[in-house]
Ligand binder design. Structure first.
Ligand code: MG
Length: 393
């Protein structure tokens, strides 16, 4: 019994092509292309004897680079696809026909998470049926709508979502595809539909919901995150003080608040954003605000402190980090922070790319003790939590 896997990778996948990386099957998830992962799933499955990819005529270099890491004796010369998925599959089947296998498993390259169990179950179903497809029972209630208004609820009983692999006895599916091509019917969206049309019975093999199809850029990002190296939490703290001087407003958390005095400083003296900038820099061990924005540099005179926070956020991003949450406490007798809390949360959340609820803003007096108690100035402390790739550094 010879079993071949045919991986269909000839599509253009433009819906996911936002990274300028070309078709989605050549995009990387966790440092390995989608195609390489799909190929490896079959090449690493002992009962599978041969893996053949159907690629686009223009993708020769992409293909070579993609499979370099998974090249095994099982991977044979790729076939060149046609203008539709259906045509591409036929190209692949014809290429296999030179040395025909007994069974063929046709699989979309865009499903890199297919499990060994699913492959095994599809092969097993072919003992009793000429065709078998991996499928998921429909669990959502289905609606038909017209102009955005529901016209019908469709009973979901007995409905399945067709996935891949779809396995067939090779001679049967080749004959069915040739017959469809001869009849000039080119609108089949999967191979099971061609098998049904040709009168073959196709068994359902219940699949797992993890065998997702990578269709959009968002799918790619989700998949990439799953495969990315483990993230570890890092914590940083910051503290800042500025003295009051003559004026009529203070800047706190990027918000202008009318007050009897202003805070003295080289920039806008926003203690909240200064403390928070230092907390973020602390998570990556990257110095402090004074090192990156020296008060001696006239360039930063009167600067909006939002710039400093944006710079720290960029440094975290460049390390592959993302902010989990931040928390700030303002120490002052006045002004009151509460009325401005939401505006600060939204501004800081916007800079850090996190929801406002992940920005804690709290305030306390110091019971009229110490320099803040004597209304000589305002202090702020901040804590930042960042997830960084665990790289051993
Ligand atoms: Mg400062």
């Amino acid at each position: 019994m010879r079993i071949a896997a045919l991986i269909v990778a000839a599509g253009r996948g433009t819906r996911a092509a936002v990274h300028g990386a070309g078709p989605k099957q050549y995009a990387e998830i966790g440092g390995k292309t989608v195609l390489a992962r799909a190929v490896a799933a079959f090449a690493g499955h002992p009962p599978v004897d041969e893996v053949k990819v159907v690629r686009h005529a223009d993708d020769g270099d992409l293909y070579r680079d993609a499979v370099a890491s998974v090249a095994t004796g099982k991977l044979t010369e790729p076939a060149i696809g046609g203008p539709t998925r259906q045509a591409s599959v036929l190209c692949g089947l014809e290429a296999l026909a030179a040395s025909p296998p007994d069974l063929v498993l046709i699989h979309d390259a865009a499903r890199p998470f297919v499990s060994a169990k699913t492959i095994t179950n599809v092969i097993a179903a072919l003992e009793a049926h000429p065709g078998a497809l991996a499928a998921l029972a429909v669990s959502d209630t289905l609606k038909r709508a017209s102009d955005g208004v529901v016209t019908e609820t469709i009973a979901r009983f007995g409905l399945w979502r067709a996935q891949t692999p779809q396995g067939f006895r090779f001679a049967d599916i080749l004959a069915a595809h040739r017959k469809a091509a001869a009849a000039a019917i080119d609108t089949f969206t999967d191979d099971a539909a061609i098998a049904e049309w040709a009168g073959l019975d196709v068994a359902i093999v219940e699949d797992s919901s993890s065998n997702v199809k990578i269709t959009t850029a968002e799918d790619l990002e989700v998949a990439d995150r799953q495969f990315s190296s483990v993230l570890e939490p890092r914590v940083g703290t910051g503290f800042d003080v500025h003295r009051f001087t003559e004026g009529d407003h203070v800047w706190l958390g990027g918000v202008r608040i009318p007050h009897s005095h202003k805070l003295e400083g080289h920039s806008d003296a926003d203690v909240v954003l200064h403390a928070l900038t230092d907390a973020l820099l602390g998570t990556i061990g990257d110095g402090d605000i004074g090192q990156h924005f020296p008060p001696s540099d006239p360039k930063w005179k009167g600067a909006a402190s939002k710039l400093f926070l944006e710079d720290a956020a960029r440094r975290v991003r460049e390390r592959g980090g993302r902010v989990g949450n931040v928390d700030i406490t303002v120490l002052a007798e006045a002004p009151r922070v509460g009325p401005h809390r939401q505006a600060m949360q939204e501004l800081i959340g916007g800079v850090l790319g996190i929801p406002a609820q992940r920005v804690g803003i709290k305030a306390t007096t110091t019971e009229q003790m110490g320099f803040t108690g004597r209304r000589e100035g305002i202090a702020a402390m901040a804590t930042a939590m960042v997830y960084l790739p665990a790289d051993g550094a």
